[in-house]
Design a protein around this ligand. Structure first.
Ligand SMILES: NC(=O)c1ccc[n+]([C@@H]2O[C@H](COP(=O)([O-])OP(=O)(O)OC[C@H]3O[C@@H](n4cnc5c(N)ncnc54)[C@H](O)[C@@H]3O)[C@@H](O)[C@H]2O)c1
Length: 475
């Protein structure tokens, strides 16, 4: 064991082999690793979520750079616009409440029926605020608000629930996705969908399960549904700035929250509470936050990069945090194209968030959130521009998801988001270890598995120091 977050947090067990052994979805008692096998051969009864043939959702997915779902539409059965879709939230923090609000706002005939959070009282708070806004669309009985690590399984196992919103801290995501896919649920999964290679492989298996059984998985990579990003990408892919030769993307902001330990908290509870600062839960800034821009770069380049090389460091993070302050990575994409990436979270520094794409005939600039996307010719003259509306994009992902279910052409976009999440993790691994890291290695060979064994809320949990290049090993 060396100094540094990654090797000390790694679980070297053969996770992939375990995930491929077949079991039914089940409630996971406290004290067990929160993982579920995904390759159940017995497909669930999905008749209530059956499908009709329709093309609209397929074209939405294609516009977002996502291959149309491989799930074949079945004749004869439908979840029509008149059928109510019941949703359950897992993780009722800021984004859980936001995602629930988005889907209840944009979709009709949809109801919230179950909730889980580590702390049941957070479910109560969110139920109250959503009820005020959405009235009868919020129909969660007290008995369906679950706390603890086992609450997620209770929502997933609930036969009333058609669609789950997975909005916990990222470390749990692959395992919640796998469990929900195995249970035949439609899924909205926030980004990132994994923080390490082990979680990536779990996502790929869940993507295959969803395609095979015809259930949807839409992810919280909202730029793929933001109109100015979509139009810029359409124009770039159509050759309006010539051939893309390189790109730069930055996600530089001021500081991020830190939640001090409260008296009486166990190691595990503290890490779950202050999750941003523990790499097994957040993946560090590059994965947790900058994955948005990395996803845009993979969309631009039409797939993941070949390798990552870079560096970073830490100067301002609180004692005990495993996070770094900044990371800069050169990603090499096929065709000898370099994407230069940097992210930083340091208070009182200049924020920059957006991408510049260089082509043989011009340049594209895509600003984050509500900023504009614009194209320029070689003389710097603007040839096209469109303002952003991130609020609309947050809602659009939920509309596309529900429309695709009702149209019988469920969108499954987990593979693309898992690739983007792993691209981000690959950059972190390159910076933490000081090595050049290949896609082939991270996607196929790396044994890095950060999820702790025997996780329980009141259990001890090692709090390892941060990574140090040259000491932290690439595994
Ligand atoms: N798409 C976006 O723009 C966007 C914006 C913000 C956050 N996010 C993502 O949403 C996710 C949540 O972020 P947040 O800001 O809401 O965090 P948060 O801390 O506010 O909420 C997370 C909630 O999940 C709960 N939780 C954690 N583990 C759980 C488990 N195993 N079972 C049940 N509940 C559990 C926590 O108690 C907490 O209430 C993160 O992945 C984050 O990256 C995405």
């Amino acid at each position: 064991m060396g100094v540094g977050g990654e090797p000390l947090f790694s679980q070297m067990e053969a996770t992939a082999a375990r995930l491929l052994s077949s079991v039914e979805p089940r409630e996971i008692p406290m004290g067990e690793s929160h993982r579920t096998d995904v390759s159940n051969t017995e497909q669930p009864d999905i008749s209530r979520r059956g499908f009709i043939r329709a093309g609209s959702a397929v074209s939405v997915a294609v516009a977002a750079g996502i291959p149309a779902t491989a799930a074949s539409a079945k004749d004869g059965e439908t979840t029509s616009a008149h059928d109510t879709i019941n949703i359950g939230i897992i993780g009722t923090g800021g984004r859980g409440a936001g995602a629930a609000n988005d889907t209840l706002t944009i979709n009709s005939n949809i109801r919230l029926v179950a909730m889980a959070d580590l702390y049941a009282e957070k479910c109560e708070r969110v139920r109250k605020s959503l009820s005020r806004r959405h009235g009868e669309k919020v129909a969660v009985p007290d008995a369906k608000m679950y706390g603890g690590l086992e609450g997620a399984s209770k929502v997933i196992e609930d036969s009333d629930v058609d669609l789950v919103l997975l909005t916990t801290s990222p470390g749990f995501r692959p395992y919640h996705i796998a469990e929900a896919a195995a249970a035949g649920k439609h899924i909205f999964a926030e980004k990132p969908t994994c923080v390490d290679p082990a979680g990536y492989r779990v996502c790929l298996e869940a993507d295959r399960t969803a395609r095979k059984q015809g259930t949807a998985i839409v992810t919280g990579t909202q730029y793929r549904r933001q109109k100015n990003y979509m139009e810029a990408m359409r124009r770039i892919h159509a050759g309006q700035i010539g051939d893309v030769v390189s790109a730069t993307t930055r996600y530089c902001t001021s500081g991020i929250w830190n939640r001090p330990r409260k008296p009486g908290m166990s190691d595990a509870e503290y890490q779950l509470y202050n999750w941003m600062h523990f790499i097994w839960l957040s993946g560090d800034q590059i994965v947790e936050q900058a994955v948005h821009n990395i996803d845009v770069m993979n969309w631009l380049m039409e797939g993941p990069p070949i390798s990552a090389y870079g560096s970073g460091g830490r100067f301002t993070r609180p004692t005990g945090s495993q996070m770094w302050d900044n990371v800069s990575i050169d990603y090499e994409y096929p065709g000898d194209r370099i994407m230069s990436f940097q992210c930083r979270q340091i208070p009182h520094t200049k924020g920059e968030n957006g991408s510049v794409i260089y082509g043989t005939k011009g340049t594209a600039r895509i600003g984050a959130a509500n900023k504009a996307a614009s194209l320029y010719d070689q003389e710097g003259g603007e040839t096209w521009t469109m303002k952003g509306d991130i609020g609309a994009a947050y809602q659009q992902e939920h509309k596309d998801l529900v429309d695709s279910i009702r149209a019988g052409a469920p969108i499954v976009e987990l593979k693309e988001t898992a690739e983007s999440s792993l691209t981000a993790a690959m950059g972190r691994m390159a910076a933490y270890t000081g090595q050049k890291v290949d896609w082939e290695f991270v996607s196929e060979k790396s044994q890095l598995d950060l999820f702790p064994k025997n996780l329980s809320m009141d259990g001890p949990l090692e709090m390892s120091p941060y990574a140090v290049p040259g000491v932290t090993k690439l595994i």
